[in-house]
Ligand binder design. Sequence first.
Ligand SMILES: *[C@@H]1O[C@H](CO)[C@@H](O)[C@H](O)[C@H]1NC(C)=O
Ligand SMILES: *[C@@H]1O[C@H](CO)[C@@H](O)[C@H](O)[C@H]1NC(C)=O
Ligand SMILES: *[C@@H]1O[C@H](CO)[C@@H](O)[C@H](O)[C@H]1NC(C)=O
Ligand SMILES: *[C@@H]1O[C@H](CO)[C@@H](O)[C@H](O)[C@H]1NC(C)=O
Length: 383
Amino acid sequence: MNMASNSCTYPKLTILLIILPLVSSIDFNYPAVFNFGDSNSDTGNLIAAGLGEDLDPPNGQTYFRKPSGRFSDGRLIVDFLMDAMDLPFLNAYLEAIGAPIFRKGCNFAAAGSTILPATASSVCPFSFGIQVAQFFRFKDKVQELQAKSRKSDKYIPAQDYFPKALYMFDIGQNDLAGGFYSKTLDQILASIPIILSQFEDGIAKLYDQGARNYWIHNTGPLGCLPQNIVKFGTDPSKLDGLGCVTSHNQASRLLNLQLHALCKKLQGQYQDANVTYVDIFTIKSNLISNYSRYGFEQPLMACCGYGGPPLNYDSRIACGQTKVLNGSSVTAKGCNDSTEYVNWDGIHYTEAANQYVASEILTGKYSDPPFSDKMPFLLKLKF
Ligand SMILES: *[C@@H]1O[C@H](CO)[C@@H](O)[C@H](O)[C@H]1NC(C)=O
Ligand SMILES: *[C@@H]1O[C@H](CO)[C@@H](O)[C@H](O)[C@H]1NC(C)=O
Ligand SMILES: *[C@@H]1O[C@H](CO)[C@@H](O)[C@H](O)[C@H]1NC(C)=O
Ligand SMILES: *[C@@H]1O[C@H](CO)[C@@H](O)[C@H](O)[C@H]1NC(C)=O
């Protein structure tokens, strides 16, 4: 990759000159990234926390060759975005062993997390408010170390990285998904302003601490995940034209509408900040709807699961696990070619799908404000 980009310095510059005057462009020159979210961007926190969750092969097989703390066969959207920004993959805040390096940022996202505070029955205790608190502790600790000596400089961000960094968010999906197990659709829709006011609260705290660049992903089409189709879509009248659960997608859409409005409000309120809203819902819906155009063969069925077509998902047995069901031992195995599948394990996307989503994000067409990245040629090479 580096060789390719070096040898192409001249064409890259040429394109820069052509593109720049035409469109407003985003400065991808961030010294560091701090990420907050759920399994869509968790690079190892939930697993490192040791709460009993584990990932078995074939998770991670496509890129890392072993489970990497990510719920996928390979890289996540955040990994592709880091790559596009020429930054290393984000280390998980809770990963203590193996000399984690946080010079270029830190990932606080944890699988299963919600915006609203976790309850006793939550999969993950690290809700958004906790993740923000972890960031403050991280920042304090960095300040303390820097005051003492320069010895840690290689491992921790420089002081001026904090205001210059990109703060990324991809959270809210589990607030909705969890709601459907105990609430009516109306109750869930009514709870969205409460969820988002909690989100706003975290953003305000980060702003007070100097965060200025916000990159906020909206939530994907929740009703298109096999987990929800199997549980809530047994009655065909509950499904839309794509085979996705209508109520779940309705909730996603309303959350996104209000999240978009919140982003606009924040941009107005914080004149010295940049708030970018990214429409993941549209990118993923388009992928699921028009999958064959993008080189996929299975828009909904999980690659790694148990049960076979049409969805290959059984909530009792996670990807890679072997269990006795009905008296016989069965394994949730991976498919032969994950690049043909959009869905990895019934809840998360394959690396191939994540790569597609990241490349669509980088077109700048799905954000508000829209942007054109300054390095289209370089980015194309990387994908
Ligand atoms: C916001 O974006 C504009 C245009 O990319 C840039 O000039 C400005 O420095 C950014 N503001 C902050 C606070 O980074
Ligand atoms: C699928 O592609 C068609 C044609 O480009 C487009 O009109 C439609 O919006 C796409 N589907 C989704 C869900 O985006
Ligand atoms: C378990 O076995 C019973 C009886 O043979 C059958 O009706 C049922 O569908 C089986 N369930 C599963 C999940 O295989
Ligand atoms: C996977 O590949 C093996 C060996 O080539 C083949 O026997 C099997 O039928 C394939 N499975 C599927 C689901 O395509």
